[in-house]
Design a binder for this molecule. Sequence first.
Ligand SMILES: Cc1cc2nc3c(=O)[nH]c(=O)nc-3n(C[C@H](O)[C@H](O)[C@H](O)COP(=O)(O)OP(=O)(O)OC[C@H]3O[C@@H](n4cnc5c(N)ncnc54)[C@H](O)[C@@H]3O)c2cc1C
Length: 449
Amino acid sequence: MTTAILGAGALGLTLAYRLAQAGQAVEVFERGGEPGGLAAGFCVGGTYLEKFYHHLFGTDRAAIALIQEMGLGERLLWLRPQSSILYRGGMYPMDSVGAVLRFPPLALPDRLRLGAATAYLKLERDYRRLEHVTASAWLRRWMGPEPYRVVWEPLLRSKFGLHADEILMSWMWARLHYRTTKLGYLRGGFQLLYERLVEAIQERGGRLYFGETVRGVTPRAGGGFDLQTDARRTAYDAVVSTAPTRLTFQLAPDLPADFRQRYAPGLAYGAHCVVLELDRQLMQPYWLCINDPGFPFLAAVEHTNLMPPADYGGAHLLYLGNYLPPDDPLFRRSDADVVAEFTAALPRLNPTFDRSWVRAAHVFKAPYAQPIVTAGYREHSPPHRTPLSRFYMANMFQVYPQDRGQNYSIAMANRVARMVLEDQRGSGPSSSNPSASRTKYSGRPFTSS
Ligand SMILES: Cc1cc2nc3c(=O)[nH]c(=O)nc-3n(C[C@H](O)[C@H](O)[C@H](O)COP(=O)(O)OP(=O)(O)OC[C@H]3O[C@@H](n4cnc5c(N)ncnc54)[C@H](O)[C@@H]3O)c2cc1C
């Protein structure tokens, strides 16, 4: 049996590794030039830095286990950097119960309510109790209108724009329930993990093709699939696509219409990140949520407040991030123009900032990087087994109620590997998914972007 895997991100690589470990032949196709997908890095001062800010939480068990399994455990550092909110020009820590109870912009009763509702979310284990209410309604009701206005509304508005009032509370629950104040970082960059996985796959006979975009997957008359790239057309016994659902639907035109309709991909925003190499530190916090109006970015993340600048040739590294609709004009503007606008806002974070501090600037964009979790999301999330026998879908839009994260892609890869192996042994349920085509869609239709 040979399995083709589309995508060499956290999911595709972990899956390929698990299948190769089980003695399966695997071939991975990646349109980009390097492994890592959204978590891939680029070099600063001889060390990898993620194109988009990345860290782990203490609850990211699957990612931690994989890092250890790949022999990189000693590089995984756990730190407690400061996470703060910018409100009316002041930077206020908001990363512990104590910090919430001291948060000066709110009156004491509001702080107590904010703390109590957060504690409830930490204790509540069943997200389904929170998936029939929006985050804005729940937070307003249980944390109070003022904490919502000061702390949560700016976050939801800057992350989800016009959809801020539609985001499900179950999504917010996952963020507050699982996230820890201790953050993990793989010293030297998460790219090291993805390079190690590539080696481990190759050592077990797997093949990887970088810079090769998959254009189509079509079933063969006698079983299996033809996979078409720009360079070749090859037959495989099984195919797993880790590309987003909307892309997978385009690549596999034989997926039946009722399946496509039922699992029509919902809205997703793109990620836009400016990375500045500065010659000195800009601010104290590692993470700063921008809750003041008028900024061109929603978060400022000073990576070198987590890792030492010496790792990057002395550069102080600052991410300025945004989530926006994929057709937002920001994605089309010139890098120089965007960097000029973003750096012009930095004196509001540090009045002594000067443009001469910037040694280099980089701009990274990913068009479908942030799922928008609105009513009916769970019902619309496709199963991994599709109606095409041995054609599987596994992507970061299927990790609900979690927000996307390396951990959840790695955990999904572990599950899907077991599924593929079961089907190959003939011990799993039918590899086509009759329930997918039998069940009638009965939710609110999703809008396709
Ligand atoms: C701004 C931002 C911040 C983040 N912060 C964190 C964080 O702090 N911690 C964390 O753990 N996670 C974070 N994440 C999420 C994390 O990056 C993702 O959850 C994870 O990398 C997803 O891995 P994946 O393999 O599922 O998907 P992807 O990384 O998207 O991989 C899919 C791969 O498929 C390839 N592909 C698509 N179509 C084709 C085709 N037709 N042919 C061939 N190849 C194709 C793509 O090029 C891509 O490499 C962040 C993401 C963003 C955008």
